[in-house]
Design a protein around this ligand. Sequence first.
Ligand SMILES: [Fe+2]
Length: 145
Amino acid sequence: MMFRYPDNTKMVRELTAIAREELEHFELVNQWLERRNIPLAPLSPPPYGAGLKAQVRPQEPERFLDSLLVAGLIEARSHERLGLLATHCPEPELAKFYRGLMASEARHFGTYWILADTYFPRQIVMQRLDELAIAESELLSTLHP
Ligand SMILES: [Fe+2]
C-alpha cells in the first residue's frame, strides 16, 4: 500500500511505523524460538488472508478503502488470537510477551481504522467494514467449521 499510494503521506508514515514494529516482533519471536532451540520452519500462507484479500474490490478508490479495512480486520483477529494465547499460556513470562503483542495488534487495528476514516466518509467506512466483517465471519466458518 505504501508503494501503491505514495501520495498519501499520513498513511505512508503510519504504515512505515507498523512495518518497523512488526519486524521488531518477528525478531523477538525468533529470540524466543532460539532460546528454546526451535528452528524456524516454512509456513504456508493461511487461506484466511487470501480469502479476505479476494474481497478487495478491484477499482479505485474502493480498492484503497477495502485494503485498509482488510488489513485492519487481520490485525483485529491477531489481537484476539494473542489475547487467547496470553490467557491460556501457563508460563507467566511468555503470557506477558503475548499480552504485549496483543496490545500492539489492537493499536495496529486502530491505525488502519483511523486511516480509513481519514481518507473516506465515515458512513461509507462503517458500511464497508460491516460487509467485510460478515464476509470474514463466513470465511472463518468455512475454514473452521
Ligand atoms: Fe500488527
